[in-house]
Design a protein around this ligand. Structure first.
Ligand code: A2P
Length: 405
């Protein structure tokens, strides 16, 4: 009987097919076809370089197997197989001891990859994977509102989903999956798409069993022909009363600190603002009861007309959140990205970075990630801090979080 091995797998239900893992893998162990991203067991050396860049956590799945699942098998999956009961070798170790050994190896590998992504120490415990593709929750659309100006190019929607009497608990920073109805060009059901929740844990409307999403209508151009995004068009066109199949909730690390004195730096572009709306609203609803730490927001959009929630955001007082809004396509001003503004606010950012109560969150376009990290590095250098060790320490203590796509 061959010895059991720990096989690295990608959860097809959660994966948003962003290609990050394939780009990150240093030894080309990740590949994909039209359906799934998969890991080749014959190549993967469990270096775990791919784990922390994955925006959804779909990448961090493992099964103990005697014969690894082939690429062909993985390409066919709509969901991950259950962990099989493995027979033990005569005189061999116990399943428990073997699990422990494997966990040790994983912990070591995670450490090499810069530390496992951890939630803030004071975060509430999230519920995850309550509903799957085969057993989704059924939500009813309670509202669908455009939150960018009518004449602007970006059609971004605030969509409220009501779960009726189904239990669907979420925390700020978590995501849900949406299953677009119908089939793709090959007659297969559409993939689940992931969206960050934009409302706080007690609901879009406090103490109602509902939540909100921030969804941008995506259109890609191929050879001059416009192709509307399957899931985003479906969601943006929903009418009040329509029903939506939902999976999740997902995410157990990109969560907000419950500690009311924790300070937060939020850095986002476009719809990456969704989790920050949720976190800010949580703080706003609680602020009469508790003193709270400051929030510093860097938010990038093309113009004010295209910045989601521009109106309501402008009404929030500086005592709750300091807003640094940066615009890239104003007719009369040079382009400004979030990282440019951060460099202009060196003192404020550095003061927060020096405080061990500060948590940093980055969410939005993948392209901004490197620019923002360079800005943080430069700010640290100017203040005699070392960003490499500070970011490792922040990640280790659940105070540094990145979700880009
Ligand atoms: P740009 O005008 O260059 O596209 P979008 O509207 O596409 O969702 O983008 C949101 C904002 O993020 C826009 O202002 C966009 O600017 C900006 N952006 C694009 N690339 C980057 C990047 N690499 N770093 C920071 N911001 C970026």
């Amino acid at each position: 009987m061959s010895a059991p091995l720990r096989q690295h797998l990608i959860d097809p239900e959660i994966c948003i097919r962003c290609n990050t893992c394939e780009e990150t893998c240093p030894i080309n162990a990740v590949t994909h076809n039209e359906d799934n991203y998969v890991v080749d067991a014959a190549i993967c050396n469990a270096c775990l370089d791919c784990i922390s860049p994955c925006p959804t956590g779909a990448i961090d799945n493992w099964r103990t197997v005697r014969e690894p699942y082939s690429l062909e098998e993985q390409f066919e999956w709509d969901e991950l197989p259950e962990q099989e009961e493995l027979e033990l070798d005569a005189g061999g170790d116990t399943e428990e001891a073997r699990e422990e050994e494997v966990q040790d190896l994983l912990d070591q590998a995670h450490a090499g990859a810069g530390g496992q992504v951890r939630p803030p120490a004071s975060a509430a415990k999230p519920s995850i994977n309550l509903y799957s593709r085969s057993e989704p929750a059924l939500a009813t659309v309670a509202g669908n509102f455009r939150i960018t100006q009518q004449d602007s190019q970006s059609d971004i929607r605030h969509i409220v989903l009501d779960f009726g009497n189904q239990s669907f608990p979420v925390l700020e920073g978590q995501s849900i999956g949406v299953i677009p109805p119908g089939v793709d060009a090959r007659g297969r059901p559409h993939h689940v798409r992931l969206y960050s929740v934009a409302s706080p844990r007690d609901g879009e409307r406090p103490n109602h069993n509902n939540l909100s999403l921030t969804v941008k209508r995506e259109v890609t151009q191929v050879d001059g022909v416009e192709h509307p995004g399957v899931a985003s068009s479906y969601l943006c066109d929903l009418k009040k009363g329509d029903q939506v199949q939902v999976t999740g909730p997902f995410g157990n690390s990109f969560l907000m600190p419950n500690d009311p004195e924790a300070k937060i730096i939020m850095i986002c572009t476009g719809t990456g603002s969704a989790p920050f709306r949720a976190m800010t609203e949580r703080r706003r609803r609680r602020r009469r009861r508790e003193s709270e730490g400051e929030i510093l927001l860097f938010f990038g959009a093309r113009t004010p007309a295209e910045l989601p929630y521009f109106g309501p955001l402008m009404k929030l007082p500086d005592s709750l959140i300091v807003k640094e809004l940066c615009f890239s396509r104003l007719a009369d001003k040079p382009k400004e990205y979030v990282q440019d503004r951060m460099l202009k606010r060196t003192e404020a950012v550095a003061a927060l970075l020096k405080d061990t109560r500060t948590h940093v969150y980055i969410c939005g376009l993948k392209g901004m990630e490197s620019g923002v990290k360079e800005a943080l590095e430069s700010i640290c250098r100017g203040e005699g801090l070392d960003w490499q060790s500070l970011s490792a320490e922040m990640r280790d203590t659940g105070r540094f979080h990145v979700e880009t796509y």
